[in-house]
Design a protein around this ligand. Structure first.
Ligand code: CP
Ligand code: NVA
Length: 305
């Protein structure tokens, strides 16, 4: 039963619950493509708060909410000033009186948890410094579509063990993929050595890590909020650009993935980004379908198929 639940972190969900979300995402994607209405959240309202910039998250949620028959209200943090003009717990309790669910992109994961503790409607994490669970759902859906299976596939993440990497590895573990992370020492994902949270094999050499991979994944080396570390990171990650040499170490039918936005010439070469192996815009599209399923399952009073 997912109704009334928050969607903050992958580790809060069982594989059955994750599969329930995937099943609905696949169904809603099919209905969307066939232009069949599926207004499962008719009359509901979802608020979205963004403390950081966004293209995909904001647009895919807004479009998805509209396709589900609900309304979206997006507020930027300079308007609401969560934690400044008003304490987080008061913002959460106020907004909960108006809307049926809240999507938050926040600087600090702890702030999202604090918000969720005081909110009386479901809260969805639209990215924090720690995790990006909606992205991971879209990514695993994309892998499933391209590879026709998940269990046993080798997923290799090369780059910074950041928020995107953390949720991706967690979800891949739940779904039975083999995960390998390749990064400079000191940039491993959170809890990478803790069984049941984000355990993954770490292979520091990217060519060795990519060997026989089904999926090669990367993200920016400098995430939002880390801008002052950019020069240092450019130096420390310089051996980790996904180029043709790394792609050749993977299986010949391997796919290349990136959550976007991408920096060509840094974490990925322009050639790999634009190659036939790149499925980055399928990932971007699947944000829409995966998030619609999450919303339709967690928001109370949704029409159930
Ligand atoms: N991948 C992703 O979350 O993109 P935005 O930052 O543009 O929302
Ligand atoms: N790791 C990146 C992801 C952006 C979608 C960031 O946090 O900026």
């Amino acid at each position: 039963m997912l109704q009334g639940r928050n969607f903050l972190s992958i580790e809060e969900f069982t594989s059955d619950e994750i599969n329930q979300i995937f099943a609905l995402a696949i169904k809603l994607k099919d209905l969307t493509k066939r232009e069949i209405k599926h207004r499962l959240l008719e009359g509901k309202t979802i608020a979205m708060i963004f403390q950081k910039p966004s293209n995909r998250t904001r647009l895919s949620f807004e479009v998805g909410i509209s396709q589900l028959g609900a309304s979206a209200i997006t507020v930027r943090n300079d308007e609401i000033q969560m934690g400044g003009r008003e304490p987080i717990q008061d913002v959460a309790r106020t907004i909960s009186r108006y809307v049926d669910g809240v999507v938050i992109r926040a600087n600090s994961h702890k702030d999202i948890e604090q918000f969720a503790k005081f909110a009386s409607v479901p809260v969805i994490n639209g990215l924090s410094d720690e995790s990006h669970p909606c992205q991971a759902m879209a990514d695993l859906l994309t892998i499933y579509e391209h590879k026709k299976a998940l269990r046993g596939k080798k997923l290799v993440y090369i780059g910074d063990g950041n928020n995107v990497c953390y949720s991706l590895v967690q979800l891949a573990n739940i779904l039975g993929l083999k995960t390998v992370v390749s990064c400079p020492k000191g940039y491993e994902p959170l809890n990478w050595n803790v069984e049941g949270i984000c355990k993954t094999e770490i292979v520091y050499d990217p060519i060795e890590a990519a060997h026989e991979a089904d999926v090669i994944y990367t993200d920016v080396w400098t995430s939002m909020g880390q801008e002052e570390e950019r020069e240092k990171r450019l130096r420390e990650f310089s051996n980790y650009t996904i180029d043709n040499k790394i792609m050749k170490s993977a299986k010949t039918d391997a796919i290349f993935m990136h959550c976007l936005p991408a920096h060509r010439g840094e974490e990925v070469s322009g050639e790999v980004f634009e190659s036939g192996q790149s499925v980055v815009f399928d990932q971007a599209e699947n944000r829409l379908h995966a998030q619609k399923a999450i919303l339709a399952l967690v928001i109370e009073g949704a029409i159930v198929f």
